[in-house]
Write a protein that binds this ligand. Structure first.
Ligand SMILES: NC(=O)c1ccc[n+]([C@@H]2O[C@H](COP(=O)([O-])OP(=O)(O)OC[C@H]3O[C@@H](n4cnc5c(N)ncnc54)[C@H](O)[C@@H]3O)[C@@H](O)[C@H]2O)c1
Ligand SMILES: [Zn+2]
Length: 351
């Protein structure tokens, strides 16, 4: 296992023989339908394992069935020769990475992310995961891929509407990194696949800067990557939103909470929100989200408390933004977050 992955950015998929001696391809079955380029390319590889993406794939109850089939498929290959190549979004990456980390006690792993979310965020940093009893990411390993290939033609096979999902993680890392990544992204008037591809390399490098300082999440440094995720996760579960969309809301919440707590100065807040790109942080769904009822708050409370990043008491380490490139982590109580959700709702309704 490598501690640092090699990153490759290319327009097309490389010849399969360049990727490893014997390859087990674990891939999202949707790609065989949606991406003729992938379908043709995959024919160069003998060992295939197609999966249906989603949280069900990560369910531990399903895992024995998968690992039995995969063990059988690879029984003739040696640990030295075998490379697992995972092509898919975050769920396939979490599953395939976990498989590679335990198959024959760990084999070479390559990721080829097929969603923006995976290309910007989940394929990097070495976390693999399965869900237990409906709770997300309860078990897993740290297993950084040997190589991660960001392939333009694979990413461009996604419907354009998915760009908004990738945007959540892109803007998150831009707030954390600040500098040129933020100042140039801030000027973008449209968020589409072209823009995501343009910022992919600097965004990924910014994530590695954080991960590299705390590869196994032991020092708490990686916690900053949780920016926008505290409330984002609640909205994701409660409204069954795609992760990236929920993060867009979570980031907006975090910025406004930062202003309210006087961590961010009003002038800074206005400067950020005046940037053209900020128009994309809010989607038309927003109107539904602000009609919070009191029974919702109870459920929000339960979800906040069940978030795995909580501390022992009813407090959370919340990631605030002081200015682009400067984050501040502070303990806040779950009740403070709920009060702030209500305050922001009132502000939206009555200005
Ligand atoms: N390991 C980590 O550090 C980390 C970080 C963030 C998120 N995650 C995990 O990532 C998952 C979410 O990621 P995701 O949204 O990429 O999930 P996903 O794998 O479920 O993909 C989302 C959808 O896109 C489809 N899809 C994939 N590639 C496509 C393509 N090229 N064209 C058309 N459709 C395509 C999939 O079939 C699926 O329906 C969650 O399970 C989350 O827990 C992991
Ligand atoms: Zn995320």
């Amino acid at each position: 296992m490598k501690s640092q992955s090699t990153l490759v950015f290319s327009n097309e998929l490389p010849p399969a023989k360049k990727l490893g001696e014997e390859i087990l391809l674990i891939y999202d079955q949707i790609l065989a339908q949606k991406s003729p380029v992938f379908k043709k390319w995959s024919k160069q590889i003998n060992l295939h394992y197609a999966v249906k993406a989603g949280e069900h794939l990560k369910d531990i109850e399903q895992f024995p069935k998968h690992i039995k089939a995969i063990t059988k498929l690879t029984e003739q290959t040696s640990v030295k020769k075998l490379t697992v190549v995972v092509v898919g979004g975050g769920s396939v990456g979490d599953f395939g990475g976990f498989v590679a980390s335990i198959l024959k006690r760990g084999v070479r792993l390559l990721h080829i992310p097929s969603t923006w979310l995976a290309a910007i965020d989940s394929a990097h940093g070495g976390k693999t995961a399965l869900n237990v009893g409906g709770a997300k990411n309860q078990i897993g390993t740290f297993y950084p891929a040997d190589q991660i290939l960001m392939v333009r033609s694979v990413l461009m096979s996604q419907p354009e509407a998915r760009a908004y999902e990738g945007f959540g993680e892109l803007i998150k890392i831009a707030f954390i990194e600040g500098g040129k990544l933020w100042t140039s992204l801030a000027k973008e008037r449209q968020v589409n696949s072209r823009v995501l591809w343009k910022y992919l390399e600097p965004a990924v490098k910014a994530k590695y800067k954080v991960v590299g300082r705390d590869p196994q999440e032991k020092k708490g440094i990686r916690h900053v990557l949780n920016l926008g995720h505290t409330v984002g996760h609640v909205l994701e579960s409660y409204y069954e939103l795609p992760h990236g969309i929920a993060i867009n809301y979570g980031l907006d919440f975090a910025l406004r909470f930062s202003l309210q707590k006087k961590i961010m100065k009003p002038v800074e807040f206005e400067k950020i929100y005046a940037e053209p790109v900020m128009g994309y942080l809010l989607s038309p769904l927003r109107d539904d989200l602000i009609s919070i009822q009191s029974h919702d708050l109870k459920e929000y409370r339960r979800l906040l408390l069940s978030d795995k990043k909580k501390t022992k008491s009813a407090t959370l380490r919340f990631v605030f933004v002081k200015k682009a490139g400067q984050t501040v982590i502070e303990e806040v109580s779950v009740d403070d977050i709920l009060i702030e959700i209500c305050r922001q709702r009132e502000e939206e309704l009555h200005g």
